[in-house]
Design a protein. Structure first.
Length: 330
C-alpha cells in the first residue's frame, strides 16, 4: 500500500493506544499482539490448546469441563456431545490475535457459559495482508472444523470425540462479526461445507458494517465514526468504498441474504456504539430479505463498542452471553 514518495512518518490512521498505520505501510500495534499460553482455567475448569491448521492459520480450542464427564468417542453417546462454536475475533481486521489475554479470558468464560467447544480462529491481519486474506483464512479454519463431523474423521480429538456438529454455530464481534456473516453466506453457496455440515446459527456482536449514508448512532463519537470508515479503505485497498458488499451486506448488488446458510441469527448492538444503527439495519434487512430463519436483535442500553471485552462479568455482558448460549444450545 506504500505510495510513491510516502514518508515513513506520515500517519494514515491512528486509533489511540491501539494501532498506528503509516502511509508507507509500516504498522505499530500497541495492544492485543502479545499471546498468553493455553491452559486449564482453575475457576471454570475450561481447558484450552492451540492447533496450527496451515502456515497462516491457527486456532485456540476451548473445552468445557462437561466434556470430561462424557468420556471419549468410544464410550460417549451422541446425546453427551457438545455444541461447537467457531469464533472470529475483532479488531478492525488489523488488530489483535486469538491468543491474547483479552480473548483468552473472554472465550474461557464463554465456553463455560455456553457449554460449547469454542474454536477461536487466528487469521492474518491487514494492512500487511489486506482483505480478502481474513475471509480466506476464516473459511479454511471453518472447513477444518467441519471436517471432523463424520465419525472417525479429523485429526483433533477434542472435536472428533466431543463435538456435536448438528449444533455448529459461528460468532464474532466487530470485524469478527463481519467475518461470521460472510462465512455463513459462503457456506450457503455452491461449495458449502464438507460432509453437508450446516451452520445452526450465527451471533454477530456489534458488527462492523458501514454504508454511504450517515446514521444517527455515528453522533455518539464522530471522530471514531470517521476512523472506522478510514480503516476500511486501509484494510481493503481494492474496495469500491463503504457500499462494497464486504462491508455493507445491504448494498445494491450484494449477495441475497436469503441464501444465508443458517437457521438463526442473533445481532447484538450497544446503544452508544457508532455502528449500532448498522447492526439494527442488518437485522431489519435480514427479516425483509425472505430468509426463512429466525432473527433476534438484542440491544444493550448505555454501552459502547465491545464493552463486554472490558468486563465480561458485568450484568450487560452476561445478558449478551446468555443470548449467545441460547443460540448455541437450541
Amino acid at each position: 500500500m506504500a505510495g510513491s514518495g510516502a514518508s515513513d512518518d506520515e500517519v494514515a490512521l491512528e486509533v489511540e493506544h491501539c494501532i498506528r498505520i503509516f502511509k508507507s505501510g509500516r504498522v505499530e500495534r500497541f495492544f492485543g499482539s502479545d499471546p498468553v499460553p493455553a491452559s486449564t482455567d482453575a475457576a471454570t475448569g475450561v481447558a484450552s490448546k492451540d492447533r496450527a491448521i496451515s502456515p497462516d492459520v491457527s486456532v485456540r480450542i476451548y473445552l468445557p469441563p462437561a466434556a470430561k464427564d462424557a468420556g471419549d468417542n468410544n464410550d460417549a453417546s451422541e446425546k453427551n456431545k457438545l455444541p461447537v462454536l467457531v469464533y472470529f475475533h475483532g479488531g478492525g481486521f488489523c488488530l489483535h490475535t486469538a491468543f491474547n489475554f483479552v480473548f483468552h479470558g473472554y472465550l474461557t468464560s464463554l465456553a463455560a457459559r455456553t457449554g460449547a467447544i469454542v474454536v477461536s480462529v487466528d487469521y492474518r491481519l491487514a494492512p500487511e495482508h489486506p482483505i480478502p486474506a481474513a475471509y480466506e483464512d476464516a473459511w479454511q479454519a471453518l472447513v477444518w472444523v467441519a471436517s471432523h463431523a463424520p465419525p472417525g474423521s479429523g485429526d483433533e480429538p477434542w472435536l472428533a470425540d466431543h463435538g456435536d456438529f448438528s449444533r455448529l454455530s459461528l460468532a464474532g464481534e466487530s470485524s469478527g462479526a463481519n467475518i461470521a456473516h460472510h462465512m455463513a453466506m459462503r457456506a450457503g453457496g455452491a461449495e458449502g461445507l464438507p460432509g453437508g455440515v450446516r451452520i445452526r446459527g450465527i451471533a454477530l456482536v456489534h458488527p462492523y458494517f458501514l454504508s454511504e449514508g450517515k446514521v444517527p448512532s455515528e453522533d455518539n463519537d464522530p471522530v471514531m465514526a470517521a476512523k472506522v470508515v478510514a480503516m476500511w479503505w486501509i484494510v481493503c485497498p481494492g474496495t469500491s468504498g463503504v457500499d462494497d458488499p464486504r462491508i455493507n451486506p445491504l448494498a445494491d448488488g450484494a449477495p441475497a441474504l436469503d441464501a444465508m446458510a443458517c437457521d438463526r441469527v442473533l445481532v447484538c448492538v450497544a446503544e452508544k456504539d457508532v455502528v449500532c444503527d448498522r447492526g439494527r439495519a442488518y437485522g431489519e434487512g435480514l427479516r425483509a430479505s425472505g430468509w426463512a430463519g429466525e432473527v433476534e436483535v438484542l440491544e444493550v442500553a448505555g454501552k459502547g463498542h465491545c464493552f463486554h471485552l472490558v468486563d465480561f462479568a458485568c450484568v450487560d455482558a452476561v445478558t449478551q452471553d446468555d443470548a449467545i448460549a441460547r443460540l448455541v444450545n437450541q
